[in-house]
Design a protein around this ligand. Structure first.
Ligand code: CA
Ligand code: CA
Length: 298
């Protein structure tokens, strides 16, 4: 199987003119070997976010040209597996995170991973559920740093981008230019302290080019739901966009008039927070597959 490593190339931006470091065919399964989000700069609990060279933070392995993908297509990335390193970390610093104004000083906590559990303390051991924090493609026009989430994907920090699930991204540029990184061994909705368990690892994913799907923003598919993801400068704006997209999807996919889909969403589709800590915020409307089995074709 093809392996694409951060040693081959890391991008810190999603721009319209990315230069690919590799190519993949539609249907191919590829491994992306990724550094942790801080580029290996945090090695002990003495290393804190305020000391980092920010130019080496939140790199994404890639970009990879997906052969045959054109603007207006969609690429589906099926996450087959995510293997993580033997330890990860969380870091907090004042001014960042939902309670950034309550943080007294920068702190880092190293978290060992043992037998599939994150060892937070002697008493608190949590099963890991690794996911991809940053995954995106070349956007239509302006360049975004990898700190931003947007219509092109990017720093989505959505915990369901995990093994067994798929991400759908709209293609804006020839070859899509897919890159990913910022693996978390575990994270909850919101990512309130500004870090999940940041960790190095390897993502195995199948990439497919899909035609005939109308999509403006990222979508996540789980075994039982479709999640319309939207990112915006505020959580309110992100929530509105995610709801707009999710209701439109439900109307088309369940063959309902818009006003019926809007009412149905209000009783059957949870509006949730992916993350409330990045430069733009990300919300998701969760549409159960019981209401809509397939994605509607345009
Ligand atoms: Ca992130
Ligand atoms: Ca992260």
């Amino acid at each position: 199987m093809r392996r694409i490593s951060f040693q081959d190339g890391v991008t810190y931006t999603f721009g319209p003119d990315l230069t690919p470091i590799a190519t993949v065919r539609s249907g191919e399964t590829v491994e992306f070997v990724c550094q942790d989000a801080c580029g290996g700069q945090i090695r002990t609990e003495k290393d804190t976010l305020d000391q980092l060279d920010m130019d080496q933070v939140n790199g994404a392995t890639g970009p990879v040209r997906v052969i045959g993908s054109r603007a207006g297509d969609v690429i589906r990335i099926q996450i087959r597996d995510i293997r993580v390193a033997e330890w990860g970390f969380q870091s907090i610093v004042s001014g960042h995170g939902v309670l950034g104004d309550e943080v007294d000083r920068p702190r880092t906590k190293v978290i060992p991973i043992q037998d599939g559990f994150a060892v937070f303390s002697k008493r608190i051991r949590l099963p890991v559920r690794p996911h991809v924090g940053t995954i995106g493609v070349a956007p239509p026009a302006k360049e975004w740093t990898t700190f931003y989430p947007g219509d092109h994907g990017g720093n989505l920090d959505t915990k369901e981008i995990s093994k067994g699930n798929s991400v759908y991204l709209p293609v804006f540029q020839p070859g899509a230019q897919l890159a990913m990184g910022d693996i978390h061994a575990l994270m909850a909705d919101g990512e309130v302290c500004v870090t999940g368990i940041e960790i190095a690892g390897t993502i195995r994913a199948q990439v497919d080019v899909l035609r005939g799907l109308r999509m403006n923003r990222p979508l996540v598919e789980t075994s039982d739901s479709w999640m319309a993801l939207a990112s915006a400068p505020t959580l309110d704006e992100a929530a509105k966009l995610a709801t707009h997209d999710g209701v439109q999807l439900l109307a088309r996919g369940a063959d309902l008039p818009w006003h019926e889909a809007y009412m149905l969403a209000s009783i059957a589709c949870d509006l949730r927070i992916s993350q409330d800590v990045d430069p733009w915020r990300t919300a998701k409307l969760v549409v159960p597959k019981s209401l809509m089995r397939r994605l509607p074709r345009s």
